[in-house]
Design a protein around this ligand. Structure first.
Ligand SMILES: *Cc1c(COP(=O)(O)O)cnc(C)c1O
Ligand SMILES: [Zn+2]
Length: 554
């Protein structure tokens, strides 16, 4: 399938070659690939059902003419996972996670790496240079190893040692640069220039942007399978989300994803562009800051101050201006989050959804939480968050001190082993945990509250689905805390409260009311002075709730 490359500045169209990195007419490095969309729109629908669900199923829309079968590690085709618990917590039931951790090098950079290495191999290139905050170098190293390409990886000294060693393990030359990422990039570019080697231009490389489109293609196909196609009668086939959220450094991901959705829309396969929400770490957020100031060009951050090294692009250059226009055009927004918010989000994601991502990916989730709370993302919106990331080098920041319990079994041989074991186990888990009773008629709510509480410590958690049995359980158990729903059939929460307060045995037990609906002033006054705290469902992430539980149960 023929395609060409158009200059974004002078609109000149040239044939594609991965090593020609500039417009032959005006020398601009900002260009984009163009395909024969009319023909592809006709042939691709009948080809797709016969192809495996990986990145190569969209090969007519990729800049590699002859995919090299033995290069593949099974890249692309990552699952789209419904985040039921997180969605319930946030009050956004249509929340999906594009799990890019499941790619062969555990970040979405493997898409970029395989397309770039395939294109370079096709062009006969055998030695290349990349600058990286870690994941690009890992992904490129893996594919370079398969392709027999020699790779020079310039990484900043802040990149975690485990990542550097993995780069070296693939046989790449690791160059550790004690400087900012932007400086490391300049150094790598100069090194490549002096030696006449190919230097990867990140967001300016055709292969980078083109590879990221496949995320948009996959999401659309997956959402259509999970949620169903949009209205059938206008002939549309695929469903696009309302939001695409991603943590960014240089912004290449969302730029490519934008182009992917744009092409789908152009071919009439989706009916809307999702709003883009690129999220940065507060300590290195040149794009967010510039966006909030209304600037068309980015003000660079010279000294990044964040532990999240993966996202440390301080000078985005023109990528900001391009991404800004895309964010604007889609009704999206840039946002930043602190390292602390990020670690909290990382912990919540792991505990609520069983997904452990690197801090850089958690930045996207912290951004999601912020945008939902600000009312920018609405409860009915279909949301997709890109979850990617290689390792967890930041565990200590997230877990605090007491993250493990130790068991030492006695070695004295005369003692029966069971006795020592039992004694040791008693130390691990004391018999009497503080207890909490949840009275709520919704099984989903009870499950959610239980999870949140379990994530906060060792409680004995008991639940009942109605007021009558709740009251009986409370009188029998005399718990340390009650979490009470108001709207329940038969005996509602107000009646339960009346009974509790009338009984001296239960009158002093603290009560947190969890309500699915906004209360009327009259209802609020009925609760006044009788409960410790009122909580809206969908607002469970509110740290005040967890603080409240901790303080009430002390
Ligand atoms: C590269 C990377 C990012 C940022 O990607 P860009 O789209 O290039 O800004 C975010 N998270 C992780 C884990 C990454 O590896
Ligand atoms: Zn040009």
């Amino acid at each position: 399938m023929p395609f060409s490359v158009r200059c974004l500045d002078c609109r000149y169209t040239a044939p594609y070659s991965p090593v020609a990195t500039q417009c032959p007419r005006c020398n601009s490095q900002w260009r984009e690939a163009e395909y024969d969309y009319e023909t592809i729109a006709k042939i691709l629908p009948s080809l797709l059902p016969r192809r495996p669900f990986d990145l190569w199923r969209y090969r007519e829309l990729l800049p590699v003419r002859n995919p090299i079968p033995h290069l593949s590690l099974g890249e692309g085709g990552t699952p789209l996972i419904r985040a039921v618990n997180l969605g319930m917590m946030l009050g956004t039931p249509h929340l999906y996670i594009k799990d890019e951790r499941q790619g062969p090098t555990a970040s979405f950079k493997d898409r970029q790496a395989v397309i770039t290495i395939a294109a370079l191999k096709e062009a006969g290139i055998n030695e290349i240079v990349v600058a990286s905050t870690g994941n690009v170098a890992i992904a490129y190293s893996a594919y370079a190893a398969r392709a027999g390409i020699k790779l020079w990886a310039f990484v900043t000294s802040l990149v975690p040692a485990v990542k550097m060693r993995e780069i070296a393990l693939y046989g790449s030359q690791v160059v550790k640069v004690t400087a900012s990422y932007d400086q490391a990039k300049l150094l790598a570019a100069e090194f490549a220039r002096q030696r006449g080697l190919y230097f990867d231009l990140g967001a300016r490389a055709i292969t980078s942007i083109e590879s990221m489109k496949t995320i948009a293609f996959e999401i659309s196909e997956q959402l259509t399978a999970l949620v169903g196609p949009p209205a059938r009668d206008d002939g549309l086939r695929l469903r696009a989300p309302d939001w695409y959220i991603q943590a960014i450094s240089g912004g290449m991901g969302p730029m490519g994803v934008y182009k992917g959705f744009y092409e789908l829309k152009g071919m009439g396969w989706i009916d809307r562009m999702p709003a883009l929400a690129p999220i940065q770490a507060e300590g290195c957020a040149p794009m967010v800051n510039s966006w909030k100031k209304g600037l068309e060009e980015a003000e660079p951050v010279l000294t990044p101050r964040t532990h999240i090294e993966t996202l440390a692009t301080g000078n985005p250059g023109r990528a900001y201006t391009i991404l800004r226009n895309q964010v604007k055009a889609t009704g999206g927004v840039f946002e930043s989050v602190s390292d602390e918010e990020t670690y909290r989000a990382m912990h919540v994601l792991a505990k609520m959804e069983g997904i452990s991502a690197e801090p850089a990916a958690a930045v996207a989730f912290a951004g999601l939480f912020k945008l939902v709370r600000a009312g920018i993302i609405k409860s009915d919106d279909v949301i997709v968050v890109n979850c990617t990331g290689h390792t967890m080098p930041t565990e200590p920041f997230v877990l605090g001190e007491n993250w493990a319990r130790s068991v030492v079994l006695p070695s004295r041989s005369e003692e029966k082993p069971q006795e020592g074991l039992l004694a040791a186990l008693t130390n691990i888990a004391p018999e009497r945990f503080r207890s909490i009773v949840i009275v709520d008629d919704s099984a989903d709510s009870r499950r959610l509250i239980r999870r949140i509480l379990q994530s906060q410590g060792d409680f004995r958690i008991l639940e009942t689905p109605d007021g009558q049995s709740g009251l009986a359980l409370i009188q029998q158990e005399l718990p340390d805390l009650i979490i009470l729903d108001l709207m329940m059939p038969e005996m509602d929460g107000f009646a339960v409260l009346d009974h509790l307060k009338a009984n001296p045995e239960t009158a002093q037990i603290p009560v947190i009311v969890a309500s699915a609906k906004e209360l009327t002033p009259d209802e609020k006054s009925k609760l006044a002075g009788r409960i410790q705290s009122l909580m809206q469902k969908g607002d469970f992430l509110n740290d005040e709730f967890l603080e409240e539980v901790r303080s009430l149960i002390k």
